[in-house]
Design a protein around this ligand. Structure first.
Ligand SMILES: Nc1ncnc2c1ncn2[C@@H]1O[C@H](COP(=O)(O)OP(=O)(O)OP(=O)(O)O)[C@@H](O)[C@H]1O
Length: 257
């Protein structure tokens, strides 16, 4: 009974100039504490919308959703989650340290506590020593790590990540995938992660949610049999290839109308 996020019969319709768009249809999903859940599917299948519903940034048209047993809005006000966007979104006029510190300033943490937390999360994402640099002095991968540090600064139990590594090259992405797994293992956080990449979804997740567009819906939920500790080489194992195959089949099935 440790559901951190529970969605039942969730529907969300956007009214647009071209008529209604059903971004989410009959979504049912339970995310347990400590799960790493990836959302994968083609453009427009509602991945971002679902993450935004969890975050209380979009309101469903019908259905139920709870986050830590509360409404998403109450959970948002209780700072239940950190959110990492597709682009790092760091302020160029603030140093890395000052960017990571920003949510702590807004929340009114005492200065000494801010210092401690900034140091701790920068160490967690292996950016210790970079706090005085400006975003433009860092590589794209490092900027994205800084943005993860900012989302971790106030130590919420839930981390929502919307395609955080989509713009990075494959080598950097592999490295960050390993780091996110290690961070997840060390912190025990519950992670919701949007991706377009099958290997990324299979490598990272305990649960893979396959989605399909028009209307946006869940077509498969795969509980991963892979161990929690995963070296990158696991991607060559038969188990990995089998799960990737199932995801691919799910994506293909969703395309047949
Ligand atoms: N604010 C909005 N107003 C109107 N339509 C919207 C809005 N936000 C999303 N949509 C529509 O809802 C559907 C789902 O969009 P969403 O961004 O959740 O998809 P996605 O799977 O995250 O796509 P991508 O992979 O391209 O980010 C799309 O058809 C999109 O055009």
């Amino acid at each position: 009974m440790s559901a951190v996020i529970s969605a039942q019969n969730l529907n969300l319709v956007f009214e647009t100039g071209d008529g209604p768009v059903q971004a989410l249809k009959d979504v049912n999903l339970t995310i347990e504490k400590g799960d790493f859940v990836s959302f994968i599917g083609p453009s427009g299948c509602g991945k971002t919308t679902f993450l935004r519903v969890i975050a209380g940034l979009e309101t469903p048209t019908s259905g139920e959703i709870t986050v830590n047993g509360m409404t998403p809005d109450a959970a948002r006000r209780a700072r239940a989650y950190g959110y990492v966007f597709q682009a790092a979104g760091l302020y160029p006029w603030r140093t890395i340290g000052a960017n990571v510190r920003l949510p702590l300033e807004i929340m009114g943490f005492p200065k000494t506590e801010q210092d401690l937390r900034v140091q701790r999360v920068l160490d967690l994402v292996e950016l210790g020593g970079f706090e005085k640099k400006y975003p433009w002095q860092l590589s794209g991968g490092m900027q994205q790590r800084a943005s993860i540090a900012r989302a971790l600064a106030f130590d919420a139990d839930i981390l929502l990540m919307d395609e955080p590594f989509g713009a990075l090259d494959e080598i950097v992405r592999d490295r960050l995938n390993e780091e996110v797994l290690s961070l997840w293992a060390r912190t025990g956080k519950t992670i919701g992660f949007v991706t377009h990449s099958i290997p990324e979804a299979v490598y990272l997740s305990t649960k893979i949610v396959v989605m399909s567009p028009r209307p946006g819906r869940i077509t498969d939920v795969i509980e991963s049999p892979l161990p929690r500790h995963r070296p990158l080489e696991i991607r060559d194992s038969p188990e990995f290839i089998e799960i990737a195959h199932r995801v691919r089949e799910g994506l293909r099935a969703g395309h047949v109308e």
